[in-house]
Design a protein. Structure first.
Length: 712
């Protein structure tokens, strides 16, 4: 058989249905098929083309190493060298690519939510895989024995990683596990002998090396937690799972942080080189189901390969550890409560603080040690044993050491509640309780702690103004006052109606349109409001209200507005034949006052030659503008300055242009003409001779002309 066309009446293809059809070269699977059995097309070595209709949501290659599988839209999904799975697929089934040794890369679409058991089992040629954010589960053995896989990133959508998911990925050198992962199965990275870097995001509270003896595992803050020779587990870890360091034969010492409260079954099983362990006061339970947490692989009832046990100065009780060390260093001044299984024998030397010799000599179980030495003089004390603060506040701790001057390492078992800097300054970061520790840098078993309780403060937020009355285009800045101070909380601003007023991230309010709205400042669920009323009450004014100038004279006046907000000014003359006007930038304008030009027309020429805009194109402050007025001929004109929208109260300049003889200059001839009228009644120029506009022609008018002629 070389080809098969499965009709759309088929819903199920059974197990091994086309097993070993070596002559089969092509197959079409209709979208009616909802179930494809295991190994349905296994060992169909001649299969080169498999068309899966686009509505089919189940994808399964079943060992078809040479298959080219396409959807109806011709999306290439498997050539076994490079595989792209179509976006219609929601899950990759069990054994989907089982044994596809020719598969080198695969792209999984965002539609996929789970990767089944042994989905890529023994795909030894697979060197890269992109796991999308849609995947929540990576099941048992999903990438088992993918020996060519060099790196993998577990996205923050993944919640669980099944047992042996990456077992035997011998070329895998780096892994990133997101803080979304809450369950890591047994032996997930067992046999990953090339693994040198594993990044565990800082909020992930489960730590498990799973036989990765060479692993260097870091949190987001680059805390070294596993080099398998010297191991420091980060303070974010709360429990050490069963088999966590199973068979880490090169592990020689381990320090357990004060955040850890339990150690799981066989957590350090067969760590044959482990000679030193330091246990903090926080460890309250050790699981001993089956083999003990510290028992060796040979089931011997002791762990005699651990030579030194360091018991922290704050420990009050010990569980069933089953220790058989050569040396026990117990820094607690009061003997911790022990149980029958704490020590398997008492042949080793017990070292205790000098002042505690008698206490240990008479305490249950401790008194069984024959070799009791009171030489542990190192000590750390704190000036406070309890601290109660509210969120975001700080409190200082002072540590005293014996001997004096020893360096202190500070830490906390719950950074989400409080953090502490290198000087002992505690900063509350979240509501709850935690312990802050001061530890000798040279001896992690010597420490003291302070119990910190953080309560949530009452947040209060007020604004610098409860209400604002603004004009169009006006800008005002609001200040938010938050108590308590220095919370570090993010303040956000918003407007209930952005067509009336907007507000930026710094609290600057801009009036946009007439009306009312609220400007709201928000911190967490707390708000403060400023009621804003926007009106159009801009009043324009000029530095003079009346003016007299002669023809061929230029007058510069300055506008302003109240309030001083950006406006678009427009200036007009009621009679351009008497006076012409132009709005210019202040920097381009002549000095304020009159300019007299010696020749006819020079003022107008100067006016036209100025390379300045005829009027403002964009709203600006009126104080940045100037108004140029040129007298053209005798007469009166009203100069009006307003805004482009016509809503402002305008400014008006009443202007009178006087040139008695009409030659466009003010000269002695004009004075003579006026003088003749006064003496001889010559009324040739009577219509323009009332230079000061008082309704009478008098010697005062002659004085006005004389001053104009002088340029005053």
């Amino acid at each position: 058989m070389t080809s098969v066309n499965i009709p759309n009446s088929v819903t199920t293809i059974g197990i091994c249905a086309f097993l070993e059809c070596s002559g089969l070269t092509s197959v079409t699977i209709p979208n009616s098929v909802t179930s494809i059995g295991d190994d349905a097309f296994s060992w169909c070595l001649g299969l080169t083309s498999m068309v899966v209709e686009s509505g089919n949501t189940k994808y399964d290659s079943r060992n078809n190493c040479n298959a080219i599988i396409e959807t109806a839209t011709n999306t290439l999904i498997s050539g076994c060298n490079n595989t792209i799975i179509p976006s219609s697929v929601t899950s990759i089934g069990d054994d989907a690519f089982f044994g596809c040794t020719g598969l080198t890369s695969v792209t999984i679409p965002n539609s996929v939510t789970s990767i089944g058991n042994n989905a890529f089992y023994f795909c030894s040629g697979l060197t890269s895989v992109a796991i999308p954010n849609s995947v929540t589960e990576i099941d048992y053995g999903a990438f088992w024995a993918c020996s060519g896989l060099t790196s993998v990133t577990i996205p923050n959508s993944v919640i669980s990683i099944g047992d042996c998911a990456f077992h035997g990925c011998s070329s895998l050198t780096s892994v990133t596990i997101s803080n979304s992962v809450t369950e890591i199965g047994l032996g997930v990275f067992d046999g990953c002998i090339g693994l040198t870097s594993m990044v565990v995001e800082s909020e992930n509270t489960r730590y498990d090396s799973r036989n990765n003896c060479n692993a260097i595992i870091e949190t987001a803050t680059n805390t070294l937690i596993c080099g398998c020779k010297n191991t420091i587990i980060p303070n974010s870890v709360t429990s050490i799972g069963g088999y966590a360091f199973f068979d880490c034969s090169s592990l020689t010492s381990v320090t357990i942080p004060n955040s850890v409260t339990s150690i799981g079954n066989s957590a350090f099983f067969d760590c044959s080189s482990l000679t030193s362990v330091t246990i903090p006061n926080s460890v309250t339970s050790v699981t001993l189901t089956g083999k003990g947490a510290w028992y060796p692989k040979n089931n011997m009832p002791s762990i005699n390969h651990i030579k030194t046990v360091n018991i922290g100065s704050g420990i009050t009780s010990l569980g069933n550890f089953g220790f058989t060390p050569d040396v026990v260093n117990c820094y607690a001044e009061t003997p911790p409560t022990c149980s029958y299984g704490t020590f398997s024998n008492y042949d080793g030397a017990l070292h205790v603080p000098p002042a505690s010799m008698v206490s240990y000599f008479t305490a249950d179980y401790w008194q069984n040690f024959n070799n009791l030495v009171n030489n542990l003089t190192e000590k750390v004390t704190l000036d406070k044993t309890t601290v109660s603060i509210v969120l975001w506040q700080t409190s200082a701790l002072t540590a005293t050491t014996v001997p004096e001057g020893n360096n202190i390492l500070w830490g906390t078992n719950n950074p989400s509640v409080a953090i502490v800097d290198e000087n002992g300054m505690i900063t509350a970061t979240g509501e709850g309780e935690c312990d802050v520790f001061a530890t000798l840098a040279t001896n992690p078993a010597v420490y003291a702690w302070c119990h910190v309780t953080v309560s949530y403060p009452e947040i209060n937020i007020t604004l610098s103004d409860e209400s604002l009355e603004m004009n169009l285009s006006e800008e005002r800045t609001l200040t938010a006052i938050i108590t308590p101070e220095n919370t570090g909380l993010t303040l956000t601003w918003s407007s209930s109606n952005t067509s009336v007023a907007t507000v930026d991230k710094n609290g600057k309010v801009t009036a946009i349109g007439e009306g009312e709205c609220d400007i709201i400042a928000t911190v967490l669920n707390y708000t403060a409001t400023c009621h804003v009323t926007v009106t159009n009450n801009v009043t324009i004014s000029l530095n003079i209200e009346n003016a007299i100038l002669g023809a061929n004279q230029l007058l510069t006046v300055y506008p302003s507005c109240v309030p001083d907000v950006p406006v678009e000014l427009v200036v007009t003359s009621s009679d351009p034949s008497v006076a012409v006007v132009r709005l210019v930038n202040l920097t381009n304008a002549p000095a304020a006052g009159l300019m007299t030009f010696p020749e006819k027309g020079m003022a107008l020429n100067y006016f036209e030659e100025l390379v300045v805009p005829s009027e403002s194109k964009y709203p600006t402050l009126a104080s940045t503008k100037a108004i140029m007025i040129v007298g053209a001929q005798n007469g009166t004109a009203t100069i009006t300055v307003t805004t482009a929208d016509g809503q402002a109260v305008p400014a008006v300049l009443e202007l009178r242009v006087v040139d008695v003889d009409g030659d466009r200059t003010i000269t002695s001839t004009d004075i003579t003409c006026l003088y003749n009228y006064l003496l001889n009644g010559d009324d040739t120029f009577i219509t323009t001779s009332d230079t000061n506009g008082d309704g009478f022609i008098t010697s005062t008018d002659i004085t006005v002309l004389y001053n104009l002629m002088l340029g005053n």
